[in-house]
Design a protein around this ligand. Structure first.
Ligand code: C2E
Ligand code: MG
Ligand code: MG
Length: 777
């Protein structure tokens, strides 16, 4: 290979500044002595034997020519081949002088009285030199031919001058040998030229590569390299020629590795390839932020090393990796990346690693901000939250965004520190945010699971932190809670209920009860609210309060809600036309199904008029995706349905919703009625709401009326409708059917139907004295 660092006479110009190695120099000098040794021996012998003046003269000439040849060849190897014209010409002349001296010795021994042994030695040396010249000077045929001509010509002249009858034969065979050598030199020259050409092309190809390629032998020593490779290892210094790979990688690599100890990795890879005959690929970052890939690959001689600048590829890989591991919006770690970090932390449990906390963070009221102010504001708010979280975290903490407004901390700390950190996080995250000119107030709830105390597996820790987060939210939000075993018990119980509920729905264990609503204006029952119950084969009648949340969390509310609507419409068909049906709808139904389509389908199937159907929704329904919910509600209103805002006052921003979405009715939450007796605030609020809804022409219903006293007060303050145990508890379909058909019979049969008969009679008297009189009579 012409890019070999050891430059030989047989190689042709490569264009590469490959320096001669010290070893190559030694070899060349050794060869010069070897080439000249036969000549020196012959010259010495001829001089020693002293056959006469001519022979002595030839002997001295031979010794001198051999000396010149050794000198020129040594100088040549020191200066490096091809560096100047002089050594090349000197080389040719020294070779020719030596050939001529040998030929002259031949001539002299033929013309003087010499023994046959000396003549034979002279002939062998001369012919041998001519033959070897053809081999030695294959790349310079002129020199080969000149040397053969000098040696054999003088030899033939010797034969001619010592003429006898056999001389023609000897001369002819000498000339034939000369011709044969000439032809052999030509052949060999052509072969060398072809090899040189293909080597040249190969070298050009290698040198035009952008990569650095080097070849090493089986002992890990450099034997070849393209120009880029030589430059990379600063190969102007000859000392590195034939250098061991380890020295090169440690001492002469012209790259500044970001981590200098990474050279060890490269040396290990080279050793591994030498040992195992394999392929090793190592990518390293440089201090100037570039990336270099070192590929060690086994070859028949040893191995090759390819060094490639992979910065562009690495940058795009890193970008892809970043996209896969980083949350686009906030720049925090994403769920995948967090899981990996947590897996690493759990894997280290037991190896004297410190305890750590998984802190699940959920933003309170974020959805409301997002829905009411729009997604761009919501996005900016999330970015601010992420920034605050990053600022409060320690460098070794992991902060990630798992989903919409769900964040998580992985913090290496003990329980006490986790508690302190969580308390300050709740406080920091609840401070106002200023986004696009608006002052936004949100809060944060945090659930904490400790490892290894609560769990040691990744998914168990996530679940535990999740359960703790639920507990924090249940505790009224804006708080943090640690996981404890009862939470797991509660979660298990909920799971059981969910399974049971699925079975219950399929076995028709659910039934709908109805609670009458009395119109104080019309003085009669104006509607009945459908309230679902679960008749459990073991646990008896279960209130929706105990399973509604589970039905919502599991999505079971969607089929369940449709079933309740269908059942209620069928039941209410037999009621008087002026008694409406109120049905509760959950936010999950809006989020996960097309409520308008469902209602339209059920009304068509049951032939129940839309004008008699009233939908009860809470504020939470509106908080999900206000615009979409409003579209659905408007669609239903267009069909003739009425909409009531349930549990009014128990939520957050009822007044904002009142202005944007005008319900037909608000149902004041029963907590206000309950609190009326305790303080004046509850009544003040009821009065204020009445003032507002009156302006907006919205009816006001008061829920949870249990006593005559409450009823009197509410009536006095303008309640349009009332609902509560004072009138009736929710009752099964048959009972309510009888009741709404003739409310008076409720009074007549009060012992059968109501518990608080006396107050009811009085209530009926207030609502409709005539009816009460009829009933009493
Ligand atoms: P809600 O819609 O506010 O229903 C009124 C709740 O107050 C009912 O509880 C009712 O029995 C109770 N109530 C009525 N008058 C009084 C009273 O004077 N005193 C007291 N202490 N309570 C009274 P219930 O039936 O347990 O229902 C609880 C909640 O479950 C309902 O509150 C409603 O949000 C939900 N729910 C019930 N059925 C359904 C349904 O079919 N679909 C949906 N989505 N939710 C339902
Ligand atoms: Mg309701
Ligand atoms: Mg309610």
């Amino acid at each position: 290979m012409t890019i070999a660092l050891v430059q030989s006479r047989n190689s042709v110009g490569t264009g590469s500044p490959a320096p001669a190695s010290a070893l190559a120099k030694e070899r060349n000098e050794g060869r010069a002595f070897l080439d000249a040794a036969p000549a020196l021996t012959l010259g010495g012998a001829v001089l020693g034997c002293n056959f006469g003046l001519l022979s002595n003269f030839a002997g001295w000439a031979l010794v001198a020519a051999a000396g010149v040849k050794i000198g020129v060849q040594s100088l040549e190897s020191r200066l490096g081949g091809g560096a100047t014209k002089f050594p090349d010409a000197a080389h040719g002349l020294a070779g020719a002088a030596m050939a001529a001296a040998l030929g002259f010795v031949c001539l002299s021994v033929f013309l003087t009285e010499t023994p046959a042994s000396i003549r034979t030695a002279a002939v062998i040396s001369t012919v041998g030199y001519a033959v070897l010249a053809a081999e030695r000077e294959a790349s310079r045929p002129r020199f080969a031919n000149l040397q053969a001509a000098c040696a054999l010509g003088l030899f033939a002249l010797g034969l001619a001058l010592s003429w006898d009858k056999y001389s023609p034969i000897a001369i002819a065979s000498t000339l034939t040998l000369g011709f044969a050598l000439f032809m052999a030199t030509r052949r060999r020259t052509r072969g060398v030229a072809q090899t040189a050409e293909s080597e040249r092309r190969f070298t050009i190809a290698l040198n035009s590569m952008s990569h650095c390629v080097g070849m090493f032998d089986g002992s890990g020593r450099l034997i070849a390299g393209n120009q880029q490779f030589l430059r990379m290892f600063r190969f102007a210094e000859p000392a590195f020629g034939n250098a061991p790979v380890e020295d090169m990688l440690r001492k002469s690599l012209g790259l500044r590795l970001r981590n200098p100890s990474a050279a060890d990795v490269l040396c290990d890879a080279a050793a591994e390839v030498l040992k195992r005959q394999a392929r090793e690929c190592v990518a390293l970052e440089l201090s100037d932020a570039r990336f270099m890939e070192f590929t060690f690959q086994t070859t028949p001689e040893g191995f090759s090393l390819l060094i490639e600048d992979v910065t562009a590829r690495r940058v795009s890989e890193l970008r892809i990796e970043r996209v896969a591991r980083v949350d686009d919006l906030t720049g925090l770690s994403n769920r995948t990346s967090f899981r990996e970090s947590l897996e690493r932390a759990t894997a280290a449990i037991g190896e004297a690693s410190p305890p750590f906390a998984v802190m699940m963070v959920d933003l309170d009221r974020f959805k409301h901000v997002n829905d009411s102010l729009g997604h761009p504001v919501g996005d900016k708010l999330l970015q601010r939250v992420a920034k605050r979280m990053q600022e409060m975290a320690d460098p070794e903490d992991v902060v990630a965004r798992l989903g919409c407004d769900e964040f998580v901390f992985l913090r290496f700390s003990a329980r006490e520190d986790a508690a302190r950190f969580a308390a300050s996080a709740v406080e920091t995250l609840s401070e106002p945010y200023h986004v696009e000119g608006a002052k936004l107030m949100i809060g944060a709830s945090i659930g904490i699971a400790m490892a290894p105390e609560d769990a040691t597996e990744t998914s168990d820790l996530m679940k535990a932190a999740d359960m703790a987060l639920y507990a924090a939210k249940d505790a009224g939000r804006g708080a943090f809670r640690f996981f404890h075993a009862e939470m797991a018990e509660e979660a298990r119980r909920k799971q059981e209920i969910e399974q049971d509920l699925r079975i219950g729905i399929s076995r028709n264990e659910l039934e709908v009860h109805y609670q009458p609503i009395v119109s104080l204006v019309k003085r009669r029952i104006c509607s009945c609210e459908a309230l679902v119950r679960w008749r459990h084969p073991v646990r008896g009648l279960i209130s929706p309060a105990d399973f509604m949340e589970i039905a919502e969390d599991s999505g079971l509310i969607v089929p369940l809600g449709e079933w309740v609507l269908r059942q209620a419409c069928n039941d209410a068909k037999s009621w008087p036309r002026d008694v409406r049906l109120a049905v509760n709808f959950s936010g999950i139904q809006f989020a996960r199904s097309n409520v308008a389509d469902t209602v339209r389908r059920v009304l068509k199937e049951t032939k129940f008029p839309a004008s008699r159907l009233e939908m009860e929704i809470t504020e939470s329904v509106l908080m999900h995706d206000f615009e979409a919910v409003l579209d659905t509600i408007n669609e239903l209103r267009d069909m003739g349905m009425r909409v009531a805002l349930d549990d009014f006052g128990a939520g957050y921003s009822s007044l904002a919703y009142l202005s944007r979405f005008r319900p037909d009715k608000v149902k004041i939450d029963q907590c206000f009625v309950r609190d009326m007796a305790k303080n004046g605030t509850a009544l003040a609020i009821i009065k204020a709401v009445k003032a507002i809804v009156q302006e907006l022409e919205i009816d006001m219903l008061v829920e949870g009326v249990e006593t005559m006293e409450q009823f009197e007060i509410l009536r006095a303050h303008g309640a349009d409708e009332a609902q509560g145990y004072l009138f009736s508890k929710p009752r099964p379909a048959q009972e309510i059917a009888r009741f709404v058909a003739d409310p008076a019979q409720l009074v007549r049969g009060r012992k059968l139907l109501i518990e608080k008969s006396a107050p009811w009679v009085k209530a009926c008297e207030r609502v409709n004295p005539a009816m009460a009189r009829r009933a009493a009579g």
